[in-house]
Write a protein of this length. Sequence first.
Lengths: 455, 245
Amino acid sequence: MSTLHRKAAQTFLKNGENAKWHDATFWALRDKRDNMAMGLDEWERLRDTASAIKRHTVTHLDKYLEQFATNAEKNGVKVHWAKDAEEFNNIVLEILTSHNVKKLVKSKSMLTEECEMNPFLEQHGIDVVETDLGERILQLMKQKPSHIVVPAIHITQEEVGHLFERVLGSEKGNYDPTYLTYQARISLRNEFMTADAGMTGANFGVAATGDIVVCTNEGNADMSTSVPKLHIAAMGLEKVIPDYRSLAVFQRLLCRAATGQPTTAFTSHFRKARPDGEMHIILVDNGRSDIIANTEHWETLKCIRCGSCMNTCPVYRRSGGYSYTYFIPGPIGINLGMLKSPVKYSDNVSACSLCCSCDNVCPVKVNLSEQIYRWRQNLDSLGKADPMKKAMSAGMEYLFGHPGLYSTSLRFAPLANHLPRLLMYNKLNGWGIGHEMPEFPRESFQTMWKKGEVK
Amino acid sequence: MKTGLFIPCYVDALYPEVAVACYKLLKHLQVDVTYPLKQTCCGQPMANAGFESKAVPLAEHFEDIFKGFDYVVAPSASCAAFVKLNYPRLLQGKHFCETSDKIMDICEFLHDVLKVKSLPGKFYHKVSLHNSCHGVRELGLSSPSERNIPKYSKLKDLLSLVEGVTVCEPERVDECCGFGGMFSVEEPEVSTQMGIDKLERHMATGAEYITGPDSSCLMHLQGVAKRQQKDIKFIHIVQILAAGL
């Protein structure tokens, strides 16, 4: 039995050149992140503090959410609560239809991906336009993000060029990134000017003030909220933080960890509607309050979605975002998928060599690899354990549980050196796919010791 | 200072020369060391694969064998880390876990406990140091490349005591080689690719040998190298430290 991740990874790696490029591209992000991390003497202290703030906030979420909502309402913002994706989508639709919105421009939001909002709104006749360049490319290509921060990085400039020739009427054969960006800019400008509503996600919600904070590099969140008079912000419950002092900690970590920049080009605070406008914040649970109750996995809620665990993950880099069955890939995606539905998303749990690099880059110190280890322990009871691994584990338990039998096997082990190649290298031996088998020495250490040969 | 030598199952079966080097080196350093019989496996392979319950009897057996020692020393950072970090939880509700505080990778033991300042051997070769994940990130044998902490390497400190050895490190100094226990069987393509990439970076240093504190990573890399017909030798770090004994 192979997991879907393994099968997808196998396909991904067949295009060796692309796989090499993918690995190098994401390693370059890791490298840039390292430069930033090493440039701040207080880096590790910032991580400790960020983790402590998140632990505190997540375990006092009721208090901070209430404070946040009260303050937002004081600012004239309409606050909505959505218990799941369906409720969220319906609230958005209701706001849009009551304002007779035909076109919605939006900045990047993984929450709207999570709730599959775009197809829902489109079904109801609303034109949804992604305005983050990467997201826009994917939308026009009808593809999903392969990474949470750089969603379209797997697409080459030639592919973007072909797309823009077809959709935006750009010059044939001009794949210059600056030119292509300019073409997107012209087209998006028109979308901004003709939109009836703008939507943003939220990187943070500040309880003390009721602000939402959005970090972008393109200024598209600001365009989305500066032209149309109606602003809807989608925010996961776990995005709330206590105050500006804590924001300062996250603000120093987020972009450094994500893209290796000291900060995003734009850090926009939205506190109230523009004159004659309306601002709505929709607070979305969609399983988050269940995660708080999960004693082994609640710390995943600390995640600030920087994507650095993906960039450092040796498996992600060599298998790509689409090899995972959950919409968020990489170490955090493995865990969030399992929290969403262990039965549905267990195929991603194999995508980890337990190297623990993710734990060490994570700016809020989520114990990602330990959590993957723990999920593995649940697979058998879910009926999702790999039968081969299960049989091997049972065999090892028996063998190693009987020291006499273990000693005997050691004596006979060298016979394996003489097995016919076909018996050793076949489908049943995963090891034989990329490795030659090790050769057994004439005697094990134990045998040598018993014979008094070790001096 | 009674010291128990823990020779993990696969070292016992496949790399007895590593175990012999450990014993000789510890003896040379006048450590009161013995190898208790009836030891088998720490249980890591099945636990990492998701069958932690099958590791519990092995943890109990390990405790029985080794709890009487002051130190338990193993030539395998990953196995030592497993005992250290997971045994207290595996034995929870049964009895207090004693071996968790006693287990050490042998390099850690040489560096931190014995504080070895000289070694008799010579090894006139260029080696590329394999900083294995659990050695680096679980036992702290060197500073993880992700962290902004003062750089150190207990392994390089120890190797510097051996006359003649030139130590290099690969680019991406502590990226995983792709072994990961049963990961290599369950995700063989990714595991192999990681191995190929790691080998390339080790070989780019121009070293004759790849060395490190984990025979498991070395076994994986050696298997990949043989399949790829790459010409580089492998040696456990203790074999270098025990050179000439």
